[in-house]
Write a protein that binds this ligand. Structure first.
Ligand code: FAD
Length: 480
């Protein structure tokens, strides 16, 4: 039997249910990746995501070759590409892991029906999340809209997370002749190829995409940071979180692998507590997929209907200043610059900048989600949608609208020595820590000594937080 394995957001060899089953069922296995961004419209991969994909596919192809196989790269449309590779190889079947995205549901169903009609056997698997979203239901049936009961339910199921699969033995599964494969360079995924400007230098310095790097990251996190995760995960000035998000997003590591590795790491009670906090974050990811599956309109529409009438502002210049990290609030600007430079932002700071956009600037959360989409190497429709709707107050289990983050006190609390701000907003580097999160409070002499001229070397705050907060509460009254 000749089986195509259609790789999607699962760019790994280990714990790959479709690949594993194909090797069990077939004499010949042909891994295929199809580049068809237009089929994901309006959520085609953004710039940083494409950079990652370029390197991830390059790595995966080399890994498959080292295991005696290969990766066939084709441009879409997906159905045409799969049919063509199936015809050239004389394939009997196509296997893939489900992707769970609203835009792809109808497409995947059509592809499945068409391949069925061609006489091919189609099998699909779950590899992206721990549990099928339809299998986790509230006591009265239906989806969860609140995290804590969802977590308790999955927490009860923890021993039911199946063990991850090994890398299958691919030696001897190659076809007699490999079908033609396109050169990845032709897909223009890297910045030079996209727009002639290499904005990815820091991204490349910060990240190593690929399955081996994902495993190394997980191991380093367990060795060095997991034990302190409960405290340090909120500190952008420390390497306290795992940085696994892009690896999970691109499927270079599976949540099941992370789950079992962390369970295996526990040796005593303190470790159990730390592991539980961390695993609850993996379940937040799971929850975001649960929400997206059951509420597929939420990437653009508020989950809570009343927010459709919220009087959002329209301020292109305000949006641009937020995007560029020029708001005059150091912790916000540090986060936005970290995002642009490295393709990633710390979770605490994501919450702060999202609160600032939606509450201080009253700009629609969708504009923030779009910018994140283009800039994040981990841009993930489920988590990004949930995060933005949470910040705006319009989502499932969202933070109440009236809880508005104060960017100064958040900075002082979570970046107490100012290391994070100094790293990303170097023009404030020499300001004493006392004033770092509110430079406008610094005496003129301190500013001068630190080489800062507000309004010239660093902006004045673009809004007064106290007044902006009141304006947000007034706006909320109109839909309450
Ligand atoms: P860790 O703290 O080490 O957590 C481990 C893993 O758990 C993460 O890799 C991630 O997969 C998952 N996780 C952690 N926190 C969350 C969360 N709040 N929601 C969902 N999953 C979580 N995450 C993305 O992966 N992609 C996004 O596009 C994305 N957009 C976001 C937008 C906003 C406005 C907010 C507030 C959060 C967003 N998040 C997103 C969630 C979170 O910020 C990142 O997952 C986290 O910062 C990644 O860093 P880490 O891997 O070090 O996380």
């Amino acid at each position: 039997m000749i089986i195509l394995v259609w790789l999607r957001h699962d760019l790994r060899l280990a714990d790959h249910p479709a690949l594993w089953q194909a090797v069990q069922d077939g004499a010949v296995v042909v891994p295929v990746f199809v580049w068809a961004p237009e089929e994901e419209d309006p959520w085609a991969p953004g710039g940083a995501h494409r950079w990652w994909l370029h390197h991830s596919l390059t790595d995966l192809k080399a890994r498959l070759q080292a295991h005696g196989s290969d990766l066939v790269l084709r441009s879409g449309p997906s159905l045409e590409a799969l049919r063509e590779v199936a015809a050239t190889t004389g394939a009997d079947a196509v296997y893939w892991n489900a992707r769970l995205l609203p835009a792809l549901r109808a497409r995947d169903a059509e592809i499945r029906a068409a391949l069925d009609a061609d006489g091919l056997t189609v099998k699909t698997f779950t590899g992206r999340i721990l549990h099928d979203p339809d299998a986790v239901q509230t006591g009265s049936g239906g989806p969860y809209k609140v995290f804590t009961p969802f977590w308790k339910k999955l927490g009860k199921l923890d021993y039911e997370v199946d063990a991850p699969l090994d890398v299958p033995i691919l030696t001897g599964t190659a076809p007699v002749a490999w079908p033609a494969s396109e050169a990845i360079g032709g897909w223009a995924l890297t910045p030079e190829a996209q727009d002639g400007v290499d904005w990815a230098t820091e991204i490349a310095a910060r990240w190593t995409p690929g399955e081996e790097a994902a495993q190394a990251r997980l191991q380093a996190f367990m060795d060095e940071a997991l034990i302190d995760y409960a405290d340090d995960r909120n500190r952008p000035d420390r390497p306290g979180s795992s940085s696994l998000s892009p690896y999970l997003h691109h499927g270079e590591i599976s949540p099941r692998q992370v789950w079992h590795a962390v369970q295996g790491w526990i040796q005593n009670g303190a470790m159990k507590d730390a592991a539980e906090v961390f695993l609850s974050e993996i379940v937040w990811r799971e929850f975001s997929y649960h929400l997206l599956w059951h509420f597929p309109e939420t990437p653009t529409e508020p989950l809570k209907d009343k927010y459709a009438a919220f009087p959002w502002a329209d301020d292109a210049e305000g949006l641009r200043r937020w995007q560029r990290g020029q708001t005059g609030y150091p912790i916000v600007d540090a986060g936005m610059r970290q995002l642009y430079a490295t393709g990633w932002m710390h979770n605490r700071v994501r919450m702060i900048v999202a609160s600032f956009l939606t509450k201080d600037l009253l700009l629609p959360w969708q504009r923030g989600a779009e910018w994140f989409w283009d800039c994040l190497v981990d841009a993930d429709l489920a988590s990004n949608t949930m995060g933005w709707q949470w910040a705006a107050g319009s989502g499932a289990d969202a933070q109440p609208f009236f809880r508005i983050f104060n960017p100064v006190s958040q900075g002082e609390r979570y970046d107490p020595q100012g290391d994070y701000v100094r790293r990303w907003v170097p023009e404030l580097r020499d300001l004493p820590t006392k004033y770092l999160h509110a430079p406008w409070d610094a005496p003129a002499q301190q500013l001068r000594q630190a080489g800062i001229a507000l309004g010239e070397t660093y902006p004045h705050p673009m809004v007064n937080h106290k007044a902006a907060r009141q304006a947000a509460l007034d706006a909320y009254e109109t839909i309450k």
